[in-house]
Write a protein that binds this ligand. Structure first.
Ligand SMILES: Cc1cc2nc3c(=O)[nH]c(=O)nc-3n(C[C@H](O)[C@H](O)[C@H](O)COP(=O)(O)OP(=O)(O)OC[C@H]3O[C@@H](n4cnc5c(N)ncnc54)[C@H](O)[C@@H]3O)c2cc1C
Length: 338
């Protein structure tokens, strides 16, 4: 059942129709709980508030699966302006970016030029750039692009996913790089990835400990308090310096815990997504935590002060169709099983 729900939302996250149209709808379905704003200017205050609490940020101008060069160039230009603003506003903030937004699906060399330009600008300001890891169909290419830029730019890192069988082997090659460790957000086949939560969690803890004993900086990106507690204990027992790692969580998730970890003196970084291209990101968050579906239904029909909306037409129609698709899918799966 958990897998069925997860697969359903991940399927939706790749749905071109919804992704394209959602850009025009503006935030719906409660997405504003997890997507901090529509453009960079609207998230500057959020970053400043977090910085005041001793929390650093990484910003992601949402966008992926870009298929036109023009669109990728526009994304790159927007990111260059964001870097200028991070610098001029003196924010404690770095950049996260997905290579498909910069044209990985169009032409690798074109994408490499785009990321180079971004790294060059970030380097001028001494800012770090993290290349997010996408689904497995982009995995090898992402590492290839990284390979082409890492010698010239020391301000670049990427993400490793504990659900992939090959991660431990790849970590050898990436051992000198600053990395973010995550469980993995996409739906991958059992040929390449662990499927069971216990296995993915076990690998996460194992890989995190290995990284913490190494030299390079690691971002421990998870909302899982069991894992965080086990790693805190490991860090204490092994006298691992707090300069060697940080905890990371996504904007809108477990906010109190984010503050607490920062107050306990750990380096903490909040991942701040923003922009109109919110649908895929939001659906992946529903896949991880279907409890958030309550938010979707509530947002469809009620205003912020709990009044029934007068015109819940667009949001309501989308929410209801999502629910119906989900139920239909569940029914057909049950029929197949029974
Ligand atoms: C900063 C950051 C960056 C990421 N970047 C990438 C990336 O580049 N590529 C990629 O593939 N994935 C990325 N991810 C997503 C990641 O792969 C996981 O899909 C996602 O983090 C969910 O896994 P989890 O480790 O948070 O814990 P889960 O397995 O989702 O949760 C474990 C347990 O933690 C508790 N819990 C979790 N969330 C909550 C909550 N909101 N409230 C209360 N309890 C909760 C529950 O007890 C739950 O059972 C990123 C995640 C983060 C935090």
């Amino acid at each position: 059942m958990v897998n069925l729900t997860r697969n359903f939302f991940i399927g939706l996250s790749n749905n071109k129709f919804f992704n394209e149209n959602a850009k025009r709808w503006g935030f719906r379905l409660g997405a504003d709980k997890f997507v901090a704003g529509t453009n960079f200017d609207t998230v500057i205050d959020t970053i400043k508030d977090l910085n005041q609490r001793g929390i650093s940020c990484t910003v992601d101008n949402l966008g992926e699966f870009v298929s036109e060069k023009e669109e990728a160039s526009e994304a790159k230009n927007r990111i260059l302006v964001i870097l200028d603003k991070i610098h001029s506003e003196n924010l404690d903030c770095h950049l996260s970016v997905k290579l498909t937004q910069l044209g990985l699906d169009i032409e690798e060399a074109f994408c490499v030029n785009n990321i180079r330009e971004i790294l060059k600008r970030a380097n001028q300001y001494n800012l770090f750039v993290n290349i997010d890891m996408e689904d497995y169909s982009h995995y090898v290419q992402t590492l290839e692009v990284l390979q082409q830029v890492r010698d010239n730019y020391k301000n670049v890192g990427t993400v490793v996913q504990s659900y992939l069988y090959r991660t431990e082997e790849d970590l050898e090659d990436l051992k000198d790089l600053r990395l973010r460790l995550v469980k993995g957000a996409y739906q991958e086949s059992k040929d390449v990835a662990y499927q069971k939560k216990e296995e993915i969690d076990r690998e996460y803890i194992r890989l995190a400990k290995k990284r913490l004993l190494g030299d390079a900086f690691t971002s421990i990106a998870t909302h899982d308090h069991h894992i965080i507690n086990e790693l805190k204990q490991f860090i204490n027992e092994n006298n691992i310096s707090k300069d060697k790692f940080e905890f990371q969580m996504l904007y809108g998730f477990r906010t109190e815990m984010q503050y607490e970890l920062a107050e306990e003196g750990y380096n903490f970084c909040t991942y701040i997504p923003f922009g109109n291209d919110w649908f895929g990101y939001f659906m992946r968050r529903l896949a991880e935590r279907p409890q958030n579906l309550n938010l979707v239904m509530k947002d469809a029909f009620y205003t912020k002060d709990n009044q029934l909306k007068k015109e819940p037409i667009i949001t309501g129609a989308v929410a209801v169709s999502l629910m119906m698709m989900w139920k239909r899918k569940r029914k057909s799966k049950n029929e197949k099983v029974s």
